[in-house]
Each structure stands twice: as structure tokens, then as C-alpha cells.
Design a protein around this ligand. Sequence first.
Ligand code: ADP
Ligand code: ADP
Ligand code: SF4
Ligand code: SF4
Length: 600
Amino acid sequence: MVRIAVIDYDLCKPSKCHQECIAFCPVNLTGGKAIEMSPERRKPVIYEETCIGCGICVKKCPFKAISIVNLPDELERMLVHRYGVNGFKLYGVPVPRQGRILGIIGKNGTGKSTALRILAGELRPNLGIVEGAPPDWDEIIKRFRGTEMQNYFKMLADGKIRAAHKIQYVDLVPRRVKGRLRDLLERADERGLWRDLARDLNLERLLDRDVRQLSGGELQRFLVAAVLSKDANLYLFDEPSSYLDIRERIRVAKAIRSYVPRDSYTVVVEHDIAMLDYLSDHVAIMYGEPGVYGIASKPYGVRAGINYFLKGYLPAENMRIRSEPIRYTISFTRQASAEAKRYIGWSRLLVRLNGFRLEAEPGDLHEGEVLGVVGPNGIGKTTFVRTLAGELEPAEGSVEKPEGQLKVSYKPQYINPEVLGEEKTVEQLLREANPSTLSPGSWLNVEIVRRLGIDRLLDRKLRELSGGELQKVAVAAALAREADIYLLDEPSAYLDVEERLTVAKAIRRLTEARSAAAIVVEHDIAVQDYIASKILVFTGTPGRHGKASRPLPLHEGMNLFLKELGITIRKDPETGRPRINKEGSFLDRMQKRLGKYYYL
Ligand code: ADP
Ligand code: ADP
Ligand code: SF4
Ligand code: SF4
């Protein structure tokens, strides 16, 4: 076995602890040296050769900064990169194949972005050599002789890879680029395609806008267009689905499939499994321990690979990556509303708001119910919930609800740390939301804070968090607040598959426990399928008028919605996950003929 000791230097704060990690180390106490303060870094270093892996420092560190794991020796031959002494280790990279789209799925923190940077030539792998001269390309190529990586690294070394990279956090773009969309697209274009891309990605009516005026979904489509217009032979898309509604996800998937040049390499990292499935020709799974080490699996066929990932076992590697399988079943929450108490009822509603008009069919909401919302952005979802809560008066119709204004706890689609208070720490935000959030043993603490790994972030300021971390914290704070209605707009953006399901479960249980109701806007079909007991379908013209259906049973609601989109979905028999049928395929045609757009 090989021991790896990883210290998260963002978490380690020697001035705020008693340096227990060093004081209690048994090797140090008996005259050896397994851990000591590095004079340059002023933080501890662990010597993996002398450390006996007892784990005492792991337990003693008040900030949970240390991780120690043992891995099989053979794995070291696959070591591609290490981020410095006691840093994260990446084993293998998912190797793309020419003319095929490689999908990557896996937990956050297992090295997906690192792997993309290596594939793009933005980061030269160091083979784990973190002191002295880094290895040159010859050594790197030699190390991976006989593997698919050898060829790929050879091309990188010879400068034969030209990469175009769609970054993960689209929200950062307006800070770095300025100008009108038309000019930016024209300037980026190397293939003479920008007008076609603008048309196919539905950007035409935005061309005269400044990037700063774009919503997250619009930024996403703009970036995909700009990347596809590059004359490259490697196209990388890091989470292309964030902030897009379902129609736009399919649009983007189709654009990627049809615009990447035939002989290029394409890699997509994506946590929306229906989209990944629809988009990829084969998939690789990244697994390991987040922040400590990551391993890239061999490439699998799309259906099998996603299923192995969900089941938590990789046969080619003979590796269990999760103790429990992830299953999508539609059995358990769905009857809840029949017996539950009616909570809010409404007649046919008409709401007018500064030129926007919303119509809603009559309906009601029961205690403990999770209402899933599907439809585009700007279609009146927030307006609708504010009307239910009594914050807005309908022009026609009425809402029947408990006395007074209902309290709404809201997680908006875009999380702006400035609005939440950039200088606040995560702990402050969570305590403000609810003083018991962090009490040991409290439900919120166990089911949300710890499950999502937020306990490791408590000391961090909001402005220091990554997009994914911020999302988790904002969701946790929204759920921690005592409220009558929880409105969560795209809670899964930037979260991985497991985190999405943790959030979904937490929403469901919390809504029941507090006899509240939750309204969840979610464009990941698998998550919506997992969480919603009923579906509200919004249609209309964004920004002008919206129409809300009555709350429909999941099946009926999704059917109506998919019919609008002209998309059919089947269910994978092994895992229960929804799969989008390829347009014009046998199943697609049959389901359309039978009017069964959602599952056969
Ligand atoms: P993923 O994309 O799967 O979320 P990343 O490749 O972004 O994972 O990061 C994997 C781990 O590598 C992170 O958890 C972090 O601990 C570490 N890491 C990433 N970038 C750096 C860096 N520049 N320096 C040191 N460590 C890093
Ligand atoms: P969604 O939640 O579906 O994204 P909203 O209910 O927030 O949609 O908004 C519907 C439309 O009404 C949007 O065009 C939005 O710009 C507009 N709108 C929402 N709130 C206001 C407001 N306070 N003042 C003016 N327009 C608004
Ligand atoms: Fe203190 Fe933990 Fe850092 Fe050691 S690893 S110096 S115990 S914060
Ligand atoms: Fe010392 Fe044990 Fe920590 Fe290794 S794991 S550094 S031996 S306390």
C-alpha cells in the first residue's frame, strides 16, 4: 500500500489551533519525525515515508484539514499529477477519442477540472514529482507507454492539440469580458459560423446586448457558441447545462453534437445524467475521495457507464465506488398528498406586474408537498409564489390560505455573495438563518450541513467560496430558515449527482417535518423525477406572459411539458433513471404515437 497524506491548506490555521497535529503524533513523540512545521510555508508538512497512518492528527485537527488514506501500490504507476507536497493526487486522465464525445461524470473534488486542464495542455502533469525539476514530456510519455495516454501526451508535447474550453463558472465571464454579444461572437469566430451558432443557440435577439446584461442561461449559450466557433481539435465543455431550462439543455446538446468538427476530440463534464446520456458517445467515471485523490476510470459505453456509476461498482476496475446504489424510483412520496391537509388553495388567477401578465389555473397545495416546477426562466414562477404567499395581490381571483402573509424562504437561481454579505462567514450566515442549524445532533446539522460537507467551510467568507460551495451554503441557509413555503430555484446548479440527491431528500423531509410546502424549480429531469410529488407546468413567452397549469400528478405534468417540447423520455430498467430518446428513433416515434412522452 501507498500512504497519502493530504493537508487542505485553506482549512489549516496554525494560529487558531494548538498545532495538535504535531503535538500528538506518536512517531514524533517517540523521537521520529512524521509531521513538522514547514518554515517556508508556516504550515505543517507530513512525511509520507515515516508517517505510520495512525490517523491521530486527522482526529485532533480542529479544522479537519488533514486526510490520510492508503491506496494500492499499483495505482502509483498511474499517477499523473500532484498539487505540491501533501496536495491532491490525480491518477490517470480520461482519454478522449477522435470523432467521439467523451462524457465525464463523478463527484466534485475528484479532479475533473484538473483532468480537463491537463488534456487542454493548460497544466503540464508532474507525475507526482513535486520537488526539484518537473519531468519533461519525454519522461511523461515514457511513463505511460502502452496506454492510451501515451499517444495523447505525445500530441500535447508536439503542440498538436489546440483546445477550446468552456469553463464551468459562467457567472465569472462578465467580470473578464466586456462588450456587445455581436462583437464578441464575431471576434471569437474562427470558423465563419457565428451567425449559424447564434441562430441555433437562440442568441439572435440578444446580439445587441452587453454581456453584463445577460442572465446565467444566456451566458451559458453565448459561451458554448463562442467555443464552438473556435478552430480547435479539442473541445472541452465543463458543465454546459447550468442555468439552462430543459429545452435549452437539449438545444445545447444538439449544437455540441452537430458543430464539433468530425475529427476532433470532445470532452463534456456534466452532472445532469439525462443530458450526459443524450450527449456522449462514451463515458468515464471519476472517483476517489474529494480533495484527497481522484482516479479516472476506463471509458465505458454510455448506458453501462452511467449505470455503473449509479450502482456504485465499476466492473473493469473491480472497484466499489459507493456503498449504496443510487436508484430513481417513483413509488414512495407520490401518494403523500391524498391524505395530507390542504394548505393553500387558489382560484383562477390573473396577476399583473409591470407589463408582465401571469395566468394560473386553479389548484391547491397540501402540507408536506413538494411541487416541482418546469418551464423556462422569466415565465412568472417567482411571481406565482409571491402571489400564493400574499406578497402580491392578484388582479383577478383569490388565494385561500392561513391568516396573514405566509413566510417564504427563497433560494434564487443566481447567488450573489454581495447580496448575502461577502464578508460574512458561512457560519454567520447559517446561524442567522436559524440559530439551531449548527447545534450538534440537530436535524439540520446532520442531514444538510454535514451531508453536504458544509462543516468544512464554516470559517470561510462567502466571497472565498467557489460556485459549487456557494450553492450548497445558499441551499442550506434557505432550508434552515423557518418558513411556510420554500421556493428553491435551480438548487442543483454546480452540484454533483450525489449532492443533488442529498438536497432533494433534505427538501422532501424538511417539508414533511415542518408541515410546510416546497416549490422547486428544477431543470435536471432526473432530480425532478426524484423529488416532485406534483408538477406545475409553466408555458408562455418569457418576460411577457406566463401560464401556470394546475398542479398535476408527476406523470401527467411531465407528459404535458414534454409534449410541448416534442421530446420523449423512457426509463432505464436497471436504475430507473430517465433517458431522453433520440429524435426519430423507434421508441421516440412509438411514444409520440401513443401520446406517452414520459415513460412507456
Ligand atoms: P473537480 O473538477 O472534480 O471538482 P478539481 O480538479 O477542481 O475537481 O479539484 C480536485 C482537487 O484538487 C480539489 O479538491 C483541490 O483540493 C485540488 N486543487 C485544485 N486546484 C488546485 C490548485 N491549483 N492547487 C492546489 N490544489 C488544487
Ligand atoms: P421566473 O421566476 O419564472 O424566472 P419571474 O416571476 O421572476 O419569473 O418574472 C416574470 C417576469 O416578470 C420577468 O420578465 C421579470 O422580469 C418580470 N418581473 C418580475 N419581478 C418584477 C418586478 N418586481 N418588477 C418588474 N418586473 C418584474
Ligand atoms: Fe492546526 Fe490542523 Fe493545521 Fe495542524 S493541520 S496546524 S491542527 S489547523
Ligand atoms: Fe503522525 Fe499518525 Fe498523523 Fe502520520 S497519521 S502524521 S503518524 S499522527
